[in-house]
Design a protein around this ligand. Structure first.
Ligand SMILES: NC(=O)c1ccc[n+]([C@@H]2O[C@H](COP(=O)([O-])OP(=O)(O)OC[C@H]3O[C@@H](n4cnc5c(N)ncnc54)[C@H](OP(=O)(O)O)[C@@H]3O)[C@@H](O)[C@H]2O)c1
Length: 323
């Protein structure tokens, strides 16, 4: 098997792709031949040692995969060789094969491609958790999504649309704004060129009800100021670089609420509730109620280019590695 290896916390271009013996599954485990591995912003942070959790070295990055079960260990029930599955191993996914607990693999829902399945759970899980567990988006509400052409952004647009909300998509390029429109946004803002607060308030006819912020940095304050009466601000991430400092008077005004979203920690601390959310997500994706966009594909050997393009804001939507 081939696997991406991170031997030191260093710039992304120090990653290597190495050969290892094929895994044979131990009891209770299965081996999945990876057809697509979802690439997330957080993978770049992991390998550079910039994430709050630092895995022991060396390690193979890659938090989500889709593929075919090619071997099952003793005492495995309910998983068959040849089954199309997805899983969230957290690490180890950037490889041709991955050994996983049988209980952690889930059938690929409906007619989703391997790419769509591999790129589904982190971004859609986060947004379904945010919109339905940490607060409740109501039908007809205006939702302003920052970084709307990115992985979290497009998932936010799709889930908000599914819940009946009206979406304003803010993104830096025409391609990313077009992708957000295709995912269900009603209006867009070029937040590099336009006045984010003024345009959002103008489109919503007053303040927006919800801000989804995976970007932070200089966009956070105008987005907070765009919120109307009892508006909710969802803190998702800081892809823009700087963790913003927000004026508290802007939270007090209009009875606004700032809501922290840490989906990963929640899945570990509340596994039962997280499993229920995952089942709900699989049903929504399988029935076509949600429409994840097809990701951009990079060969496994191009892992450095894939992570660099994502980090440099060059790709819209999700990215997958194909071994
Ligand atoms: N809280 C949680 O539970 C959770 C879960 C998953 C991910 N996250 C976090 O959410 C953030 C976004 O993840 P993602 O998967 O959506 O990433 P992504 O696909 O790379 O999208 C991030 C977007 O941020 C925007 N951006 C603005 N300035 C940027 C900069 N300097 N560098 C890179 N991007 C910049 C880009 O859109 P424009 O070019 O349009 O500005 C880009 O499309 C990350 O910080 C990630 O760690 C949090």
């Amino acid at each position: 098997m081939r696997a991406v290896t991170c031997s030191e916390f260093a710039p992304i271009d120090r990653l290597t792709v190495e050969e290892h013996p094929d895994p044979t599954p131990s009891a209770g485990k299965v081996v999945v031949a990876v057809r697509a591995a979802g690439v997330n912003f957080v993978d770049g942070l992991f390998v550079q040692g910039k994430y709050q959790i630092k895995p022991p070295l060396p390690f193979t990055p890659g938090g989500e995969v889709a593929g075919d079960v090619v071997a099952v260990g003793d005492s495995v029930t309910g998983v068959e060789i040849g089954e199309r599955v997805l899983a969230m191993p957290w690490l180890g996914g950037f490889a041709s094969h991955v050994e996983l607990p049988a209980a952690s693999v889930v059938p690929v829902p409906g007619a989703l491609s391997y790419g769509q399945a591999a790129a589904l759970v982190q971004s859609y899980g986060t947004m379904l958790f945010a919109f339905t567990r940490r607060m409740q988006v109501q039908a007809g509400e205006w939702v302003l999504v920052l970084g709307a052409g990115g992985g979290i952004g497009l998932a936010a647009v799709d889930v908000a649309r599914h819940l009946g909300a009206r979406v304003i998509a803010a993104a830096s390029t025409a391609d990313k704004r077009a992708a957000a429109m295709a995912a269900g946004a009603e209006a867009t803002i070029d937040y590099e060129a336009d006045d984010l607060k003024a345009r959002a308030r103008e489109i919503a006819g007053g303040g927006v009800d919800v801000v989804v912020d995976p970007v932070g940095d200089r966009f956070a304050e105008p987005a907070l100021r765009a919120l109307g009466w009892k508006g909710r601000y969802l803190v998702i991430g800081f892809a823009g670089g700087e963790i913003p400092r927000l004026p508290m008077n802007q939270v007090l005004l209009n009875n606004r609420t700032v809501v922290g979203i840490d989906w990963g920690a929640w899945t570990l601390r509340e596994p039962g509730a997280s499993q229920a959310l995952l089942s709900e997500l699989m049903e929504l994706a399988g029935s076509g109620a949600l429409s994840p966009t097809e990701p951009s594909e990079y060969p496994l050997d191009d892992v450095v280019r894939a992570l660099t393009d994502l980090q440099d804001r060059k790709v819209g939507g999700k990215v997958v590695l194909v071994p």
